[in-house]
Design a protein around this ligand. Structure first.
Ligand code: GLU
Length: 589
């Protein structure tokens, strides 16, 4: 596809084209693993494929596809195995968003399995007795941050609608592994060790993730989880109702409400009332493709769509990843999109969201702001005035920017089956090990801390404030890109709000820079969400610091925690890529 516009050459762009810059940049064009991480090769297949963050989960998903199961079946297996072997990231006690391409109807749809705030929540949930926002971990650890989990119902809803393997059979691989025991991976060991001081302060997680001497379980330890097996058996027999009602639900409520120092207000009624919502996919055009994903309560698809819409008039293909000018355009488009995100995006079932965030005329106006030689000054990075759909919703409904933390944990997996169904699912307990509470063999999420801690700013309500039954704003971006109505790419990542630039830049690498899926995922990260350019530490991205500073940015070398997993679907077959920064693999036939 051709760009619809070309970059206006600037004196600065010419200045930057000096040999030293070209030299640095050529380091970035080569598919490169971040330092200390082995490069992964792209994986090719013709029939079906699974890419997931842990080899045991990917293989279990592949086994189901080999036995004639489809992507809806495989996602149940992949999710339940991940909940066992990668418990820090996702599981039954968390939430998820699924973007699904249905081969039979040739349509994309999304499923919202996001956690909800208990009915007894108030906007002051994360304010201390002094009226000030709590510290992040003071909010996270305990019962206060736990939202009603969405994963069990999401798996059931999707399986009921699309699956073909009997439900009970799909839970068996995780039950077997939980009973037989699995080997603690190096990454799980590292995550436990990094959480000493938090994870070992809570009795259930201390008992499970530490040895009898109190040391983090070593990599290679065989870990059994009979409680998880029992929970899965109950769900196998009774469906998701066995989770949302009865003994398991009561255990969850007890753990949340009776926490010694930081209880929450979850009730059995909250669990019984939980609903997964199927929502229309949010699709944004980019160079003749349609980039589809999860709308509110996630900010993922809208913000990625805005970034791509703002950069579409620029000829990034010709500039290439070598040129700091590409990164100026991408970085400032990201900053502007984040300004809108912070102002306008929250759970659309509770607050009005401007319908024009992806309006072509609006994005052209926003894009014009970055037609300049240097970085946008911080003062010029402000939310815009996107069109609203209803009269009277502009001034009065304008809300103040919210501030929410989101720290990287989470997992993304992608499945393509023999029929061409595609599952792109991001699943999360929010922070690593969620609320650090463990019930019936699984971790409880801390997803409510994705709400803005402060409910108002300068006397005006923040869109993403806590409200009863509301879903916290997410950045998760399970994405499926269509070309002529057919899936071309499926991808996503963990990483908190960095998910948005991780996915957007991977798409740019695929579409504009013609990388294969693995090479696109392996590119060193360069992100700018809030003004400072974050350059992936230990990679050639750091070599851009001087040029970006010359353009007016502050820069910082930062470890990046993406877990990008994707599949490209071409006439020649499937090409999978797994993030070099985590333990994931692509497997297929
Ligand atoms: N809680 C975050 C969100 O929903 C995801 C956290 C992460 O990716 O680590 O956007």
């Amino acid at each position: 596809m051709r760009a619809t516009g070309t970059l206006v050459p600037t004196a600065l762009a010419a200045l930057l084209a000096i040999p030293a810059v070209a030299q640095q940049a050529s380091d970035v064009t080569a598919p490169e693993a971040p330092s200390g991480v082995e490069q992964k090769a792209p994986v090719h297949a013709t029939k079906h494929m699974v890419v997931a963050a842990n080899p045991l989960a990917a293989q279990a998903g592949l086994d189901v596809l080999r036995k004639g199961g489809n992507a809806a079946d495989a996602l149940v297996v992949v999710q339940t195995v991940l909940g066992l072997v990668e418990p820090q990231s996702s599981g039954l006690g968390g939430g998820a968003f699924l973007t699904w391409y249905d081969a039979a109807s040739k349509t994309v749809t999304t499923f919202d399995g996001r956690e909800t705030a208990p009915a007894a929540s108030t906007p002051a949930l994360f304010l201390g007795s002094d009226g000030e926002p709590l510290g992040f971990f003071d909010a996270v650890i305990g019962g206060r941050s736990v939202g009603v989990p969405g994963v069990p119902r999401l798996m059931e809803v999707v399986h009921t609608k699309y699956g073909r393997t009997p439900w009970k059979d799909l839970l068996q691989p995780a039950i077997d592994l939980a009973e037989r025991g699995f080997t603690v991976s190096p990454r799980l060991n590292t995550m436990i060790a990094e959480d000493v001081g938090r994870l070992d302060t809570q009795p259930a997680t201390r008992a499970y993730f530490f040895d009898t001497a109190g040391a983090p379980l070593a990599a290679g330890t065989v870990l059994r989880n009979p409680d998880y097996a029992a929970t899965l058996r109950a769900i196998g027999d009774g469906g998701a109702d066995a989770f949302y009602e009865g003994e398991i639900a009561e255990k969850i409520v007890r753990a949340v409400t009776s926490h010694a120092t930081n209880p929450g207000a979850l009730s059995t009624r909250d669990l019984a009332d939980y609903q997964v919502k199927e929502r229309p996919a949010v699709c944004a055009p980019y160079r003749g493709l349609s980039v589809c994903g999860m709308g509110p309560p996630s900010s993922g698809a809208l913000t990625i769509g805005q970034i791509l819409g703002m950069i579409e008039p620029f000829d990034l293909a010709t500039l290439g990843p070598d040129d700091p000018e590409s990164w100026r355009i991408i970085g400032d488009a990201t900053r502007l999109a984040f300004a809108d995100r912070d102002r306008y995006i929250a759970d659309g079932d509770f607050v009005s969201i401007p319908k024009g965030l992806l309006n072509a005329g609006y994005l052209a106006q926003r894009s014009a702001l970055i037609r300049r030689p240097t970085a946008l000054p911080d003062d010029d990075v402000k939310p815009g005035e996107p069109p609203w759909d209803k009269a009277g919703l502009d001034g009065a409904e304008l809300r103040m920017d919210g501030a929410a933390f989101d720290m990287p944990a989470t997992t993304h997996f992608v499945i393509v089956d023999d029929e061409g169904n595609v599952a792109s699912m991001t699943s999360s307990v929010e922070n690593a090990f969620g609320s650090r509470q463990m019930v019936a063999g699984f971790i409880l999420n801390n997803q409510l801390t994705d709400f803005s801690f402060a409910p108002e700013k300068d006397g005006q309500a923040v869109a993403n404030r806590v409200e009863p039954g509301k879903r916290p704003r997410s950045s998760m971006a399970p994405t499926i890109v269509l070309k002529d109505g057919k899936p071309l790419y499926a991808l996503g990542s963990p990483g908190g709000s960095s998910i948005i630039p991780y996915v957007a830049t991977t798409l740019i690498a695929l579409v504009d820079w013609k990388r294969d899926m693995q090479a696109a995922i392996s590119m060193p990260h360069m992100l700018n969400r809030f003004g400072t350019y974050e350059l992936e530490a230990g990679t050639s991205a750091e070599g851009f610091a001087d040029d970006l500073q010359a353009l007016g940015y502050k820069t910082k070398a930062v470890d990046q925690n993406s877990g990008l997993h994707g599949i490209a679907i071409n006439a020649g077959g499937l090409t999978g890529g797994a993030d070099t920064r985590r333990e994931g693999v692509a497997v297929g036939d």
